[in-house]
Each structure stands twice: as C-alpha cells, then as structure tokens.
Design a protein around this ligand. Structure first.
Ligand code: ADP
Ligand code: MG
Length: 213
C-alpha cells in the first residue's frame, strides 16, 4: 500500500516522498484513516514501527482545513516523556509541514533549557509537542493556553507513566476542553495504560500490531 491512498494532501505526500518512504507501515495504515475519521485511537506497536508518522500526518492534514486559532491557543497537543523524544517528534512535524499551502506552525517545548526563548517562539504555534513539566510551566506563566485543544496525543504513554508523570498528566487533562479527539500510543499495554485508556479515550479504535518476526 502507498501513502497516496490514505486521503492525505499532496503537500504532505511530497514531504513523505522526500524521505523515500515507499510502503506504509501497518500501524500507519490502520491509524491514519481512523484519526482522519475523527476517532479516538489506541495504538500499540513496538519501538521502530513508525508510530510518529501514524499520528503526525493526520494531525497536520486535519489542521489544514481549520481556521487559525487565537494567538497562544494551541489546537493539537502531543505529550511525550522526554526531551529527546520532543526534539525528534518536533523535527518530524517540521519536515512534514514544509510544503503546506497554508502554514501551520509547529514547535517542541521541553525542560532542561531556558524557558524565555520558548515563551517567545510560542507566538502563533498551532501544533505543540511537549514534555509534561515544561508544558505546565508555560501554561502557568500564560505563555500558552490549552482551552481550545481539539486533539491530544500521548506518545510513549507507557514511558510517561514509568517516569512518574502521572500527576502532571492529570493536571494537563484537567486543563483541556472535554470535547476533543484523543490518541494514545505505546509500545506496551500494561495495567496503567489500561487505566489511562479508560479515563481518556471514548470508544477508541484499538490497533495492536504484532511483531512480524
Ligand atoms: P516508533 O515511534 O514506533 O518507535 P518511529 O515513528 O520513530 O517509530 O519510526 C521509526 C523509524 O522508521 C524512523 O526512522 C522513521 O523515519 C522510519 N519510518 C517511519 N515510517 C516509515 C515508512 N513508512 N517507511 C520507511 N521508514 C519509515
Ligand atoms: Mg515513537
């Protein structure tokens, strides 16, 4: 199967093509249409199976058809457990956004670096990748507002829980509007993931990719 069959805009396909990705990975094949259809999704697949693209492509596709939001009010929030992952996912969004007919500003925020440049750069951002602690810091100084978030992604949700981010995550969930689309991606499906799935996802489409080997 090729990416061109997934209902994505030519600008996104061009960015994918630039990376010489020819086949669609199974998690992408299942998740992209489900997300474009507005469904909540629980995606379980091992590391390296292509989970980032499975949400980054439809998130950008959805935003292409939406009016811009008020400044500093983000519309899509991707929560990740670590600074390294925030940088990596942020780069994927930047790569995918480069040819869009309507510019969509994306950004990654994370701790361990000074907050001031991030506060400035948040101007006009619509799609934000964030670690939980820094996100809450930015909200508390009103550099960022979460009241119109339409879509929440938890990436590496298992790791986020293992690293002890549960309280921060709950604080963030409480700041989000109740009506929104929720996506949860994880390499494993443990008891904690089950609990958070029950709490967060509404009639989710569950996609579990078994190892091919
Ligand atoms: P995961 O989040 O499941 O661990 P990633 O999204 O980080 O996986 O992807 C793992 C690697 O596979 C990345 O280097 C990514 O660029 C690459 N990749 C993703 N989708 C495809 C694809 N359809 N074809 C080839 N490579 C891909
Ligand atoms: Mg990943």
């Amino acid at each position: 199967m090729s990416f061109s069959k997934l209902g994505l805009s030519a600008a996104l396909l061009k960015a994918v093509e630039q990376q010489h990705f020819t086949t669609v990975y199974p998690i992408q094949q299942a998740a992209i249409p489900a997300i474009l259809g507005g469904k909540d999704v629980l995606g379980i697949a091992k590391t390296g199976s292509g989970k980032t693209l499975s949400y980054a492509l439809p998130v950008l596709q959805q935003q292409l058809h939406k009016p811009p939001a008020a400044n500093r009010h983000i519309k899509a929030l991707i929560l990740v457990p670590t600074r390294e992952l925030a940088v990596q996912v942020g780069e994927v969004f930047k790569q995918l956004s480069q040819y869009l007919p309507k510019p969509i500003k994306t950004m990654a925020v994370f701790g361990g670096v000074s907050i001031n440049p991030q506060m400035m750069e948040l101007q006009g951002v619509e799609v934000l990748v964030a670690t939980p602690g820094r996100l809450l810091d930015l909200v508390s100084v009103k550099a960022l507002h979460l009241d119109i978030v339409e879509l929440l992604v938890l990436d590496e949700a298992d790791k986020m829980l293992n690293l002890g981010f549960k309280d921060e995550m709950n604080k963030i969930f409480a700041l989000l509007p109740p009506k929104r689309q929720n996506l949860l991606f994880s390499a494993t499906l443990g008891k904690d993931i089950h609990t958070i799935t029950e709490l967060l996802l509404h009639n989710p489409i569950k996609i579990e990719i078994e190892e091919a080997e």
